[in-house]
Design a protein around this ligand. Structure first.
Ligand code: ADP
Ligand code: MG
Ligand code: ZN
Length: 601
């Protein structure tokens, strides 16, 4: 296409030059002889000139040369006496001429005009013709149907390091395999499954594997495509996508980048983006219109679950949400193994070493490591990929085009390990706190690590003691950092925000401050109108506001003192926990129990 354009342009250019040359020649008949002005004047004075036509830019005419009449042309000069001279020399015929008529100009410029249209034709008309099918079917979704028979079937075996997520999806697979069975038993299936997790963690891969495992067609579209082009197109594309999938049911529809259409509709000044909203509404209509057990599952992916419109998460819509984590040590090794199947590894290429050195790498990064290493080995003419290739490729991927914010140095890793263990240990030691289920130092979202506490049972009431203990757990991370490194980091910002908000609630909503008593000082809920969180005034005096601040500070300070005290008394356990976490990146609640009980009290 590019090439053809260039050729056409050259051809048009040549044609243009040809046309210009022809005009030049027509304008200047071949027998016209160019003479200098001085010669022209002397010929006039000598009475040889018989005819003169004067233009602003050219003088032409005829003169007698012996018995013959010759044509001449000359460039005019500022000469006020020319007419006088011609009169006195009795030139028989002289006249003025208009410069150039518009017709001449048009003809002169025709070349340019032609060239312009030629370009326009090439650039615009041809484009539309080439994309003709697209141009005429803007409304049709560009959903790709991935044919399992042609492509290699993707299965769960191709996805590693996220066993829990796979388990959760297994049910969906069973449903797709035999929707009627579920129907008979009266089982209700989720209509939508939302996969969320950092980029490159395998969301797309998992969705495809669900279809592959169930052996059903897979329709894929990116939500950003819905809204990218013309107004009103997004909604019809969604409709079309679902129509296609329904015809092929049972099937899987995969919508990538759901946040592109599914953002909270009223966030921000001026409400939502119209096109996006229409698309989102259509998506909701389609979701609600799913007949039970029609055999279609909508899987969507996002790395911004926090901005998804709550309307999408209601029961009957994306009611199943599955988190896809950044892989841990063991998971990383498994992912490396999956991708290493395609390459030949040397005897010293130990993938567990690679896994150890790639903290924070996503599945896509790891696939990249194997791929780069294979390329390096090939470039070096090796028979197999060895450890040095792998090590160099890790560095390449690390330094890659993407800024890697989730890679930590060993020192940072140590700080995060202590921080998380601070939370975990305080939670372990204080009564009335939720049991610690898991502690991790592999980043999840924007947090560097996390401590996962799961409540034993649903609770509807929380006592003041429980709340104070929860605050101490929140502040345990920062306290541990302070204690061990005699310094604090920015990593605790989120904890502090949570603790402050929590303490404020205790004071203002739950009446848990003696000084203020059983007052509710809660701010009234307001319509979100001009953006969120625009300062609202509560209905209390300045003095009360001051006391509120003091009370919040007191509660937070007391909680921190409690955390610090506990950690100091159990420094040895904290060290052991942190060392174990540093090593294996993730520890379970049982691991913690073992370490805590193993240490002498
Ligand atoms: P996401 O959709 O979460 O951004 P993808 O599914 O597109 O990530 O992953 C990109 C590629 O990275 C996949 O095609 C696969 O090669 C590799 N990959 C990612 N996660 C995994 C995993 N858990 N197991 C194996 N390969 C993975
Ligand atoms: Mg993806
Ligand atoms: Zn923390």
């Amino acid at each position: 296409m590019e090439n053809k354009n260039a050729k056409q342009l050259v051809l048009w250019g040549l044609a243009f030059i040809f046309v210009i040359l022809v005009f030049q020649n027509m304008k200047t008949p071949p027998l016209e002889k160019e003479i200098p002005y001085s010669e022209f004047k002397s010929k006039v004075k000598a009475g040889e000139v018989t005819q003169v036509r004067v233009r602003a830019d050219l003088i032409r005419g005829e003169y007698k040369d012996g018995g013959q009449s010759r044509r001449f042309k000359t460039l005019p000069m500022p000469d006020l006496k020319l007419v006088e001279d011609m009169e006195s020399a009795k030139v028989p015929h002289f006249q003025g001429e208009p410069d150039r008529s518009w017709v001449t100009s048009l003809i002169m410029n025709l070349g340019w005009i032609v060239l312009f249209f030629a370009r326009w034709y090439v650039l615009v008309v041809r484009q539309v013709q080439v994309g003709g099918k697209q141009a005429l079917s803007f409304g049709r979704s560009r959903a790709k149907m991935v044919d399992d028979k042609k492509a290699k079937k993707t299965t769960f075996a191709d996805v590693a390091g996220c066993d829990e997520s796979k388990e959760e999806l297994q049910e969906v697979v069973e449903f797709l395999k035999s929707p009627d069975k579920f129907q008979k038993l009266g089982g209700k299936m989720p209509r939508g499954v939302l996969l969320f997790g950092a980029p490159g963690t395998g969301k797309t891969l998992l969705a495809r594997a669900v279809a592959g495992e169930a052996g059903v067609p897979f329709f894929m579209a990116s939500a950003s495509e819905f809204v990218e082009m013309f107004v009103g197109v997004g909604a019809s594309r969604v409709r079309d996508l679902f129509d296609q999938a329904k015809k092929a049911a049972p099937s899987v529809i995969f919508v990538d980048e759901l946040d592109a259409v599914g953002r909270h509709r009223f966030a921000g000044i001026g409400g939502g983006h119209d096109e996006r909203e229409q698309t989102l509404n259509q998506l909701l209509i389609e979701l609600d219109g799913f007949e039970q057990n029609q055999g279609i599952i909508l899987i969507a992916a996002t790395n911004r679950p926090d901005v998804i419109d709550p309307a999408l998460l209601r029961p009957g819509r994306f009611d199943r949400q599955i988190f896809i984590p950044v892989p841990h040590l063991k998971g990383r090794e498994e992912i490396l193994r999956v991708h290493a199947k395609a390459v030949k590894l040397g005897p010293d290429a130990d993938l567990s070493i690679v896994a150890r050195r790639t903290v924070g790498f996503s599945g896509a990064d790891l696939a990249n490591v194997i791929n780069e290493a294979a390329l390096l080995a090939a470039r070096r003419g090796k028979e197999a990929v060895d450890l040095s290739d792998l090590e160099e490729s890790i560095e390449r991927v690390m330094a890659g085009p993407k800024k890697r914010s989730n890679l930590m140095s060993d020192h940072e890793k140590k700080i995060v390990a202590y921080h998380e263990c601070g939370h975990a240990l305080v939670a372990k030691l204080l009564p009335h706190t939720d049991p610690v289920h898991k502690v991790s130092i592999v980043s999840r979202g924007h947090a560097l690590g996390y401590t996962l506490q799961l409540p034993k049972e649903d609770k509807y009431l929380t006592t003041r003691t429980e709340m104070n203990n929860r605050l101490a757990v929140l502040l345990g991370g920062r306290s541990a950092e302070e204690m061990v490194f005699s310094d604090v980091t920015s990593g605790a910002a989120d904890d502090l925000a949570k603790a402050t908000a929590f303490a404020s609630k205790m004071v203002m909503e739950f009446g848990m401050s003696e000084r203020l008593g059983a007052l509710s000082l809660k701010k009234p809920d307001q319509e979100i109108f001009l953006g969120r969180d625009i300062a609202q005034k509560g209905g209390y005096s300045e003095r009360t506001a001051e006391i509120i601040d003091e009370e919040v500070k007191r509660i937070v300070d007391e909680a921190q003192a409690k955390a610090r005290d506990l950690l100091q008394k159990n420094k040895k356990i904290l060290d052991d926990l942190a060392a174990k976490l540093f090593d294996s990146e993730v520890i379970s609640g049982e691991d913690i129990d073992v370490i805590v009980q193993g240490a002498p009290a």
